[in-house]
Design a protein around this ligand. Structure first.
Ligand SMILES: [Zn+2]
Ligand SMILES: [Zn+2]
Length: 474
């Protein structure tokens, strides 16, 4: 038995949770959490609300609300939506006004202090409304891939753009072309640790696109990264004269703070020093566009902090499209979790989402296809599994079934080095096809295995079936 901390990249609390979030880190992390627990491991799964993200004040300004109040409200909405989809976090705290969060940010600032120095940097600024183009308020062409991007992190290629080389930077607030200005920022020379980080990553399984990304980016051992953004969102810190540390530096701090606060409230789960230690395995679920912060910057923070967990696994995802267009909170092009869980079983949403997860490439969600699938595939499947359980199942399966290619593929997809909820879902459905085609006497042991394998994806149905199996009253 081992300890695992599973993390989910924090959503910006500028809106509620939608299917794009679920198809990315949220559902995959929950399926991973349930798989690990089924194997007898101890798991803490955390996220937090990304209150210091600069897209939040932009949204709050548009709604004539305070960013703090709106962010707090949206955190509650996101936590509720997660629960509706069966995604169960142990802790999901706010970042804003959270002493645990600040403590962890100060901790990692201490860890990297000798690599940080004040430098003059070039940043876009609107000559009209004077907003800085660090992130939410400016948009232009990424100097690496050319797609439309802010100056912080490109959603197209996951690079951190070089502001001076970006094209057509325009102010989001007033539409005026931005100009370069200079300001003094704290700059982190993190590249000097890249060889150590690369050696760690070489021991871990990960998707090919992340492997390629890391090979290209960790070769830049003179890489630097400004960690304060004067005039923009972030956590103001005294050591930098009150300048805000931007949110991308603070993700690992958020996970650490969430674990620490959770264990303070749940001493029965163990001591923080025993959990946040080199013996614990970290598993991060993240959008591919967060690869720089997570698999590079936080990995360097970990190298500089021998008391914490070692560099863990990084499970990346690409984007889900909606009817061929991007999911977008700001444009309202989304399928909201509260809407869809009010109309369809959460298990159906989970299985369909897993089957069509955008793991290594973008996938497209079409509501009409989902509706038809629920009727034609999901409801008959749930009835079939219920019938099989009512007719009686053995306590364990047999090698007749555990040795099949489909069962082996499903077990392999649940391993952290090759984790794939899509492969788990597809192989268990393949196994069920084989069970249906088998002689009647062989089927109960096949259903037994299929039900065990599909349990992390269909938690509600699995709980009902488990009660039937043990004849517990509902
Ligand atoms: Zn402007
Ligand atoms: Zn790009």
């Amino acid at each position: 038995m081992a300890r695992y901390i599973v993390t989910v990249t924090p959503p910006t609390p500028n809106g509620d949770l939608h299917l794009g979030h679920l198809s990315g880190p949220f559902l995959a992390a929950d399926i991973c959490r349930r798989s690990l627990m089924a194997k007898g491991h101890e798991v803490i799964m955390v996220c937090y609300s990304d209150d210091y993200q600069s897209y939040l004040p932009r949204k709050a300004e548009a709604l004539n609300r305070s960013a703090a109040d709106y962010g707090a409200l949206m955190r509650r909405a996101i936590v509720l939506s997660s629960e509706l989809a069966g995604v169960e976090f142990d802790h999901f705290p706010p970042a804003r006004d959270n002493p645990w969060f600040r403590d962890s940010v100060e901790h990692y600032l201490d860890c990297v202090a000798e690599d940080v120095s004040a430098q003059v940097v070039s940043v876009h600024r609107c000559p009209n409304c004077r907003k800085w183009g660090h992130e939410a308020w400016g948009r232009g062409g990424c100097n690496s891939c050319g797609t439309s991007s802010d100056a912080s992190q490109c959603e197209g290629c996951a690079s951190k753009p070089i502001p001076a080389l970006m094209t057509g930077m325009t102010c989001i607030a007033c539409g005026t072309p931005m100009r370069m200005e200079t300001q003094t920022a704290q700059v982190w020379a993190l590249g000097r640790h890249f060889e150590t980080v690369a050696a760690w990553h070489a021991t871990r399984g990960m998707r090919d696109d992340l492997r390629d990304y890391l090979a290209a980016n960790l070769a830049k051992t003179s890489d630097t990264w400004p960690i304060t953004r004067p005039g923009d969102a972030g956590l103001p810190v005294a050591r930098f004269g009150g300048d805000p540390v931007h949110t991308w530096f603070m993700g690992l701090s958020g996970y650490r703070a969430a674990v620490k606060e959770y264990l303070e409230d749940h001493p029965e789960r163990g001591r923080f020093a025993d959990w946040w230690s080199p013996q614990t395995n970290l598993v991060h679920f993240l959008g591919f566009d967060c690869s720089y912060s997570h698999a590079i910057a936080y990995a360097v923070q970990q190298v500089c902090d021998p008391s914490g967990p070692t560099i863990g696994r990084f499970v990346t995802n690409r984007f889900l499209m909606l009817d061929g267009d991007d999911f977008s909170t700001s444009r309202g092009n989304a399928v909201w979790i509260k809407d869809v869980t009010g109309l369809y079983p959460a298990d159906a949403i989970r299985l369909f989402t897993a089957l069509h997860a955008p793991e290594t490439k973008a996938e497209n969600f079409v509501m009409a296809e989902f509706k038809a699938w629920v009727q034609e595939v999901f409801r008959p499947l749930a009835a079939e599994l219920t019938r099989a359980v009512e007719q009686g199942l053995p306590a364990q399966s047999t090698s007749r079934w555990t040795g099949t290619a489909a069962a082996i593929a499903c077990a392999d997809a649940a391993r952290l080095d090759s984790f794939s909820m899509q492969c788990m879902a597809r192989s268990v459905l393949r196994l069920l096809e084989e069970v249906r085609a088998a002689p009647a006497a062989d089927r109960p042991a096949g259903y037994r295995l299929a039900i065990d394998l599909i349990a992390p994806i269909l938690p509600t149905l699995s709980e009902t079936l488990a009660r039937t199996l043990t004849h517990e009253p509902a």
